[in-house]
Ligand binder design. Structure first.
Ligand SMILES: [Zn+2]
Length: 147
């Protein structure tokens, strides 16, 4: 995920070095799914990664599908599946969403999908937490109203 402009000042001055160290720790592959930075391919319904293959050759050069294009993947001989081509761009994420917390244990080198899955789970947990608090407040008032 790109750094939001309103959060830019919250990153330490050595963030480029910190981020590079985390990418190096990860071997420049996603720490969630293992896909390499810069890889070109698509994901099936289960999230499995399929590396793109050249569409053909022109002027003695391989012709690769472009990100955003749809591509028929034969899934190792199974029924062909239409996948949307993406280019993997690894980013370094803060597990606690706090840019100031650059403890390596708080940082993960992730692809777009793994980062989004984590953020969605965090958002769901936040919603559930707020709903639990609201329900607890409701119980409190319901209990008090009867007296
Ligand atoms: Zn991933």
């Amino acid at each position: 995920m790109p750094i939001r402009s309103e959060n830019r000042d919250r990153y330490p001055p050595d963030w480029p070095e910190v981020s590079a160290a985390i990418r190096k720790r990860a071997g420049n592959v996603c720490e969630g799914c293992g896909v390499a930075n810069g890889a070109l391919g698509g994901r099936d319904g289960s999230g499995r990664w399929w590396k793109a293959r050249p569409k053909g050759e022109s002027m003695a050069r391989l012709d690769w599908p472009e990100p955003g294009e749809h591509w028929w993947c034969d899934l190792d001989g199974r029924e062909p599946l239409l996948l949307r081509i993406v280019r993997i761009v690894l980013t370094v994420a803060h597990l606690d969403h706090t840019p100031e917390n650059c403890d390596p244990a708080n940082l993960r080198c992730w692809c777009q999908r793994c980062h989004n899955l984590y953020d969605a789970a965090t958002r769901r947990a936040g919603i559930q937490d707020r709903e639990r608090k609201r329900a607890a407040l409701g119980d409190l008032f319901a209990g008090g109203a009867g007296g």
